[in-house]
Design a protein around this ligand. Structure first.
Ligand code: NI
Length: 139
């Protein structure tokens, strides 16, 4: 980590009260400075994702029925077509009927979003969410 630099922040009292409540919810390992750094990183990740040409990392979680006809085959087809952008995938048999897949993607923002949309668009996917993270250049 690079050298820490102190600066002061002014904010309305009611906002500070709410911020301190957030700091408390994040637990003993976090203080105001840590939480502000987390929020700044979050804003920077959001900015990366808004730039279609920016290299990003995303995690796509999907839940689907094990029984749906050829659904696994269709999901595999999309993933094989983009194997160079998929770093890793994990399959969990949640119960007798449902499967969870966690797919980690890396590439340009617009490409990663496109692959995620293609996977989420496969008929039979019950729930899914793409989570933004970063290659970590400024962490
Ligand atoms: Ni399964």
């Amino acid at each position: 980590m690079s050298e820490l630099i102190r600066f002061s922040v002014a904010m309305p009292e009611n906002l500070l009260v709410q911020f301190d409540s957030l700091v408390a919810r994040r637990g003993l390992a976090k203080n105001r400075s840590e939480v502000i750094r987390d929020l700044v990183r979050e804003a920077l990740v959001d900015e990366e994702w808004d730039d279609p040409s920016q290299e990003i990392v995303g995690t796509l979680s999907i839940v689907f029925s094990h029984h749906a006809a050829d659904l696994q085959g269709k999901l595999d087809q999309v993933q094989h077509a983009h194997h160079d952008k998929i770093i890793s995938a994990m399959h969990v048999h949640l119960d007798a009927h449902n499967c969870l897949e966690v797919i980690v993607l890396r590439g340009k923002s617009e490409v990663v979003r496109g692959i995620a949309d293609a996977i989420l668009g496969v008929k039979g996917v019950k729930h899914g969410r793409l989570t933004a993270t970063t290659t970590g250049l400024y962490l």
